[in-house]
Design a protein around this ligand. Structure first.
Ligand SMILES: [Zn+2]
Length: 48
């Protein structure tokens, strides 16, 4: 799993609640979950 701010590369990532974000560039950093909010210690898992 990846933390907010990591740059694991292009792909789609999902948190423990099924919320997803997509990184379009290898230089993009994982954001806070837009649904859970920036105060959460979101862990992202690559799904695509
Ligand atoms: Zn979330």
């Amino acid at each position: 799993m990846y933390d907010i701010g990591e740059k694991p590369g292009k792909g789609t990532y999902q948190d423990a609640y099924g919320h997803r974000v997509t990184l379009d560039q290898d230089s993009d950093a994982l954001p806070p979950c837009p649904s859970c909010g920036p105060g959460q210690n979101t862990k992202w898992s690559r799904i695509w």
